[in-house]
Design a protein around this ligand. Structure first.
Ligand code: CAO
Length: 576
């Protein structure tokens, strides 16, 4: 047995790529090329394959670590035979017993210099990426060095015969089980013929496309020079920079081999939902094999990434569902037809932010899955407002500002703890309810790039001042795009306050898997009959939407009535 280190290979120059997923554990027996971790740079995500086979004895990285080429990922104990084989394989690095403890950066460099190149990254290609017949201006574009000798699949054709392409434009998208990559055109020209189709298996050197190129008589046109390897990661990065929207849409090709007619007739609809998907190539490939539409799968990985287990859970759930429920969840819903608005006048097209698209997908999912009911009531916040005004000076002294929102959120937490069903979630396809003892509340924040929902943790344990500061801090972070994934997770309930904007009422959409949401509209002074006369009272319109599979009218009514009472008599807030 020999101990081996496995290090981060050439990842296309990405520095400090973040570990977003660990795919193996200590004790796992791994094969050569098996994916070990998923790294994400600001441009691309990639699965890092093992350059060693054997048993994982130690994992040296954790989710969230920032890694660069040469950093040690893990240790593998290999049987002697396997290690010999591995020594000949790319990325192999000897680490005889005892040497590990004294490993230095220079040793790691030496290891890297000698042999470490993993298959996510191709070294400089000496193979031609295109060729031309002598005297001809037809160029055949070949598959460049893609970092693997094996076959990869053509998953998308980006051009059609007759298209004019610029140098660097994507011609096709290839996908192995480790990465997906766009193959750029080596020349500017016109597409004369396409030699592959969706699903074709190709390898390095396979012809892809014939281009007619003006003024080219070269016999051979070589691939990018050694200083700029055509690595998978680089290809993805370059394209992500050039065409972010296209790259996102490309991530999300239709997963079913035989998509439903409605999907076929409305590709734009598919790519809109698809753009929100965050998933690695291996899982995407598996999804395609299962015929799973990834837009329906909830990601449990970091930043909502869909991991293999999510796919397994989804498939087993769907298999367990009666057929009628499958239909009821939305497949077969006719899509809104696309309209060419330019027929009617001048238009301007603007790509939506990622947040906007994720919100759109989440809203559709909630709207289609959750039977909504909305109840309305008005809270008399005359005393609360007088109290709040009386605290203005103190707020200034504290360098703070007190809006009605912290009072509303605090009162909501108390009302939720008294009505725990409103902060529960459905489990096992409706077989059980999960009750939560904690009380983390999401707060919708309107930002220039879209709606985000940071979460205030343990609201029931915090004072109004603490909540006020935290709300302001989270709202500022949201607006500056500084929220971390952890800041947006774990809510049991959401409050959406449009009080500073206006409006008399609205019906918010439940943020599933939560089961209820409170909409807060603008308070105004109203004449209210007190039994003897009309009195001027400050009334706050509230709307409570809930999932009627979990919360019935009685539950909703009791919660809202209690909330209104708490807001009307703020002395009660002090008692909790
Ligand atoms: N009625 C009347 N006035 C209200 C109010 C209400 N319900 N709520 C807040 N206000 C007033 C405050 O009194 C304050 O005015 P003064 O300074 O004169 O006292 C002002 O609005 C404060 O507004 P704010 O935005 O600075 O702070 P906030 O605490 O009220 O709200 C936040 C914070 C993050 C909830 C808010 O900024 C926000 O983003 N709201 C939009 C949320 C949203 O988009 N929801 C829709 C989701 S569904 O599409």
């Amino acid at each position: 047995m020999t101990n081996k280190t496995v290090v981060v290979p050439d990842i296309g120059g990405a520095e400090g790529a973040e570990v977003v997923e660990l795919l193996v554990s200590v004790g796992d027996v791994i094969e050569l090329e098996q994916s070990l971790i998923v790294l994400e740079s600001d441009k691309a995500s990639m699965e890092i394959p093992s350059a060693e086979a054997g048993t994982v004895t130690e994992i040296r990285v954790a989710v969230g670590d920032q890694l660069s080429e040469g950093d040690v990922i893990l240790m593998v104990e290999s049987p002697a035979a396997a290690s010999e084989a591995a020594a000949a394989a790319p990325g192999a690095s000897e680490d005889p017993a005892g040497q590990l403890e004294s490993e230095t950066a220079s040793e790691t460099d030496a290891i890297l210099d000698s042999s470490t190149v993993a298959d996510v990254s191709a070294s400089a290609s000496s193979t031609d990426a295109s060729s031309a017949d002598e005297g001809s201006n037809e160029i055949e574009v070949l598959v460049p060095d893609i970092g693997t000798d094996g076959d990869v699949e053509v998953v998308e054709l980006c051009v059609s015969v007759g298209d004019t392409v610029a140098e660097g434009d994507s011609l096709v998208v290839l996908e192995s089980d480790k990465a997906s990559m766009e193959v750029p055109s080596t020349h500017a020209g016109e597409v004369l013929s396409i030699l592959v189709s969706d699903g074709s298996q190709v390898k390095q050197g396979s012809p892809l496309v014939v281009l007619t190129v003006a003024g080219v008589n070269a016999t051979r046109v070589t691939a990018p020079p050694a200083s700029k390897p055509a690595s998978t990661a680089e290809v993805s990065q370059a394209k992500a920079e050039d065409k972010p929207a296209k790259t996102e849409a490309r991530r999300v090709e239709p997963v079913a081999s035989d998509p439903p007619p409605s999907a076929q007739s409305a590709p734009a609809e598919i790519s809109l939902d698809a753009a929100s998907i965050y998933v690695g190539p291996a899982v995407r490939k598996l999804a395609r094999e299962f015929g799973v539409d990834l837009t329906s799968v909830r990601g449990s990985g970091p930043k909502g990434r869909i991991v293999k287990e999510d796919l397994h859970t989804y498939v087993s759930k769907r298999l367990a569902e009666p057929q009628s429920e499958v239909n009821a969840t939305g497949s077969g819903i006719p899509l809104v037809p696309e309209v060419d608005f330019s027929k009617f006048g001048e238009i301007r097209r603007e790509e939506r932010s990622r947040i906007d698209k994720v919100t759109a997908a989440n809203m559709s999912r909630s709207w289609l899955n959750v039977p909504h009911v909305t109840q309305f009531d008005d809270a008399d916040i005359t005393e609360l407002e007088a109290f709040r005004q009386s605290l203005k000076q103190e707020a200034e002294r504290r360098g703070s500002k007190l809006s009605p929102v912290p009072f509303i959120i605090k009162a909501t937490a108390i009302a939720l703890n008294a009505n725990p069903k409103l902060k529960s979630s459905l489990a096992e396809g409706g077989e059980a309810l999960i009750y939560k003892s904690y009380c983390h509340i999401g707060m919708a924040v309107d930002t220039p790039s879209g709606l985000v929902v940071p979460v205030i943790k343990d609201v029931d344990k915090k004072s109004i001042w603490e909540l006020s500061d935290e709300i302001r801090e989270l709202a500022a972070k949201a607006k500056e795009k500084k929220l971390r994934p952890g800041d947006m997770q774990g809510a049991v309930f959401t409050v959406s306050s449009l009080g500073n904007i206006g409006g008399r009422g609205f019906t918010p959409i439940v943020n599933a898997p939560e089961v209820a949401i409170l909409g807060v509209s603008k308070a105004s002074t109203q004449p209210v009959w007190d039994g003897e006369q009309f009195a001027a009272r400050v009334m706050l319109p509230l709307s409570l939407s809930y999932d009627h599979r979990v919360v019935n009218g009685g539950d909703g009514g009791r919660f809202l009535t209690y909330l209104v009472q708490l807001l009307a008599d703020i002395r009660q807030l002090a008692m909790h």
